[in-house]
Design a protein around this ligand. Structure first.
Ligand SMILES: *Cc1c(COP(=O)(O)O)cnc(C)c1O
Length: 332
């Protein structure tokens, strides 16, 4: 497998820890709950994009690029980590963010500014076009831009989560348990593609269940074909013969609530649960929605209490500060 020889730029210390969530397990009396702490990847407040960026930046450096250009929502964790990673790699960073510039930036947007990224604001509908426009402008100005798609979800970025699955296989070996399911937040698909492919490679037989945060974020296509496409392109990239079809993916779209980045009771209850029972923080957009969905599935009997489930924490905690008003109302 070519995975070990692909260009990779070191951004963080791995493996990330796995913890048993004793109080949460007891509270719901369902499966034994473990958590994989990718919120603790050691770069710029952590999160799942770190693993993708190791391979994306590896490729950018190999192609002798000097500027990273990417896009996302105004509170994008992906954009914040791209800004941080750019600094560690000695690259410039331009971000195309959809939304209106607030008077005082907070959360991820504040961190983008602290990392010194150049931010371009635009409407959601213009975002994809603006991304390539900014890259063109940089090229005209004599720079060498490297464009990273939304969420870093392509065949290069997803390799990060194939590698994460190999990391988990080693940890499971050391810890002496194999979860019956892995549950996590899925959005642009790169994480799920990498985990599902990595699961196949390592012979993992459990369910790899993505809780969809924003079903249609990647564009007009329905989500499962996008997942399949990214997964098969990733397999090809690492020299694996594995090919997947839509039925190889486990996807739950029942928790989309009021829409992307519109947290409600489900999310705030999950934030409260994890904070009060485990001292662990979740982000309102992704991980709280996924955890809220996971808890709801436990309560509906989707898992049995002789099972073990690993919740893969994908980060996003800086979002909390951008939703300070609602958090304050929910907890204050
Ligand atoms: C981006 C992100 C996800 C989703 O990952 P994808 O690879 O885009 O599906 C989940 N959680 C957090 C905190 C994220 O920032």
């Amino acid at each position: 497998m070519k995975l070990d020889t692909l260009p990779r730029f070191h951004l963080a210390e791995f493996p990330t820890p796995i913890q048993y969530l004793d109080f949460l397990t007891k509270k719901y009396q369902g499966p034994a709950i473990y958590m994989k702490r990718d919120d603790l990847t050691s770069l710029g407040m952590g999160g799942n994009k770190t693993r993708k960026l190791e391979f994306l930046i590896g490729e950018a450096l190999e192609q002798q690029k000097d500027t990273l250009v990417t896009a996302g929502g105004i509170q994008s964790n992906h954009c914040r980590l791209t800004a941080a990673a750019a600094r560690k790699a000695g690259l410039d960073c331009h971000l195309v963010l959809n939304g209106t510039e607030p008077e005082v930036p907070n959360g991820n947007l504040l961190l983008d500014k602290i990392f010194g990224a150049k931010v371009h604001f635009c409407d959601r509908k213009d975002r994809d076009e603006r991304l390539f426009q900014v890259a063109d402008e940089l090229e005209t100005a004599g720079k060498k831009p490297y464009v990273i798609p939304v969420g870093g979800s392509n065949s290069t970025g997803s390799v990060g989560y194939v590698s994460a699955m190999l990391e988990l296989a080693n940890q499971m070996n050391d810890m002496g348990f194999i979860p019956d399911a892995i549950v996590f937040a899925t959005s642009s698909g790169g994480t799920q593609a990498g985990l599902t492919l990595g699961g196949k490679i390592t012979g993992f037989n459990g369910e790899i269940l993505g809780i969809s945060i924003d079903q249609i974020k990647t564009g007009p296509d329905p989500f499962p074909p996008v997942l399949t496409q990214i997964t098969n392109a990733t397999a090809e990239r690492i020299g694996s013969d594995i090919r997947m079809t839509e039925s190889d993916f486990s996807l739950n779209c029942d928790y989309l609530g009021a829409g992307y980045a519109m947290p409600g009771d489900l999310e705030f209850n999950a934030i409260k649960d994890l904070a009060h029972h485990e001292g662990i923080l979740l982000g309102p957009v992704y991980t709280a929605r996924a955890m809220g969905g996971f808890i709801d599935l436990i309560q509906k009997g989707y898992f049995t209490n002789d099972q073990t489930v690993l919740f893969w924490h994908t980060g996003g905690t800086p979002e909390l500060f951008a939703w300070a008003d609602q958090c304050h109302r929910a907890f204050g």
